[in-house]
Design a protein around this ligand. Structure first.
Ligand code: AMP
Length: 399
């Protein structure tokens, strides 16, 4: 059984075709630069590729190209779209409306579009992609939407409310939603399995560290708190996002620069974080390299990242009244031994002790990196959001 997983943005359409018999990826790619010009890059499991400039005025042409590369030419992996059992879509914002995956209907697409106010960059693009997909794939192929926010819907009000006037929660739905939920759900379940424990008996702190980063407290398999908030801007500093700052600093800076709300948002989302602090790059590898050469601002950015993660580990240990395991995932969490080592230094009070050599030697694979006498286990757990979307899609269409 084949499932097509789609991750659509405003100008891109990433996809993976997954064979659910063995959960292998048959082909993956990206129809990029939608609305600008257009480019497709496609790669099959056996190494055949398509790399070509195209014309993608809208998501519909991008979807048509996706169908074309999957079904025709040298890098085709299927003969017809009828071979695909379902399409699973990643959706960023489900708000309080969607707390689990659901089948796509015209009403569901409209609702996702309506939520665009809460995720301006993402939800409208998802709705455009869903409509384009519906127009292009066979009418009989079911589609499923899986929400980044859904896993966090178990947070109690004391964790998700902001201390703003309550009426604005009621009227404008201003609250913490949390993001990366599919990843946190996938890695916390994978960790419980690796530990040989029932997730219901575990207190896990999941650190998803990438261009965007979030930390989640998972108690008994449920999210009880998470670092991202109303939008993916909250929490720890990221590649170009500032994370949490004193709200008064926001109004002060906006006033000084005469920024509109949109300009202030750009400043915090695109010019801050690693990039803003270091002045060098948003990429962790560049920051680590510059810090090694002694660049003071790169060192500061690295130190800030580790310190903020440590503070969340402390906070979430308190929130869960304990912690059994801390896990690292995402591009930085899976690959950067330097970040993991910094985070796990001077954390004995929390029962955290890592095997430094093992940590240094491990990249991108499921591995326990804490020492045998570490009270709290520390793990690297590679994430796979596409696979979880495919599994959710399969589960829903099998019902
Ligand atoms: P993601 O958004 O999950 O793809 O993660 C992107 C981040 O992971 C970037 O900051 C990269 O610098 C970082 N990253 C990827 N590979 C490595 C690596 N081998 N070592 C250190 N950081 C890495």
């Amino acid at each position: 059984m084949l499932i097509l997983v789609v991750n659509a943005g405003s100008s891109s359409l990433k996809y993976q075709l997954i064979n659910m018999e063995d959960e292998s990826v048959l082909a993956k790619g990206n129809c990029d630069r939608i609305g600008i010009d257009g480019h497709v890059s496609h790669k099959t499991a056996d190494g055949r590729t398509v790399d070509a400039d195209c014309n993608f005025p809208t998501h519909t042409e991008a979807f048509e190209k996706l169908v074309e590369v999957l079904t025709t030419g040298d890098a085709a992996v299927i003969k017809s779209m009828d071979e695909i059992s379902a399409v699973g879509h990643r959706i960023v914002q489900g708000a309080e409306v969607f707390d689990k995956p659901c089948l796509v209907t015209p009403e569901v697409i409209d609702k996702i579009d309506e939520l665009r106010e809460l995720a301006p960059v993402h939800n409208h693009a998802h709705a455009l992609a869903l409509r384009a997909c519906t127009a292009v794939i066979p009418k009989t192929t079911p589609q499923v939407v899986v929400f980044d926010t859904a896993f966090h819907q178990t947070m109690p009000p004391k964790a998700y409310m902001f201390a703003l006037p309550y009426e604005d929660y009621e009227k404008y739905h201003v609250r913490k939603y949390g993001f990366h939920g599919t990843s946190h759900r996938f890695v916390s379940a994978a960790l419980a399995e690796a530990m040989g424990k029932d997730i219901k008996d575990l207190k896990i702190i999941s650190c998803h560290l990438g261009n965007g980063s979030s930390i989640t407290a998972v108690k008994g398999g449920k999210c009880i708190d998470t670092s991202m908030g109303f939008t993916p801007l909250d929490g720890i500093l990221m590649g170009t996002r500032c994370g949490a700052v004193d709200p008064s600093a926001v109004t002060f800076v906006a006033d000084k620069h005469h920024f509109t709300p949109d300009e202030m948002s750009q400043y915090m989302n695109k010019k801050s974080g690693f990039l803003g602090v270091s002045g060098i790059s948003s990429d962790n590898r560049d920051i680590t390299a510059a810090a090694e050469k002694g660049d003071k601002r790169a060192i500061l950015a690295s130190e800030m990242l580790a310190y903020e993660i440590q503070r969340y580990i402390g906070a979430y240990t308190a929130a869960m009244n304990g912690v059994d395991a801390v896990l690292f995932t995402g591009g930085i969490g899976e690959n950067s031994w330097e970040v993991r080592e910094r985070v796990c230094t001077d954390m004995e009070y929390f029962g955290i002790k890592i095997d430094k050599e093992l940590n240094k030697a491990t990249r991108g694979k499921l591995m326990k990196i804490s020492t045998a006498d570490s009270k709290t286990e520390v793990w690297i757990v590679p994430t796979n959001e596409e696979l979880l979307i495919a599994r959710d899609t399969l589960a829903l269409i099998s019902k």
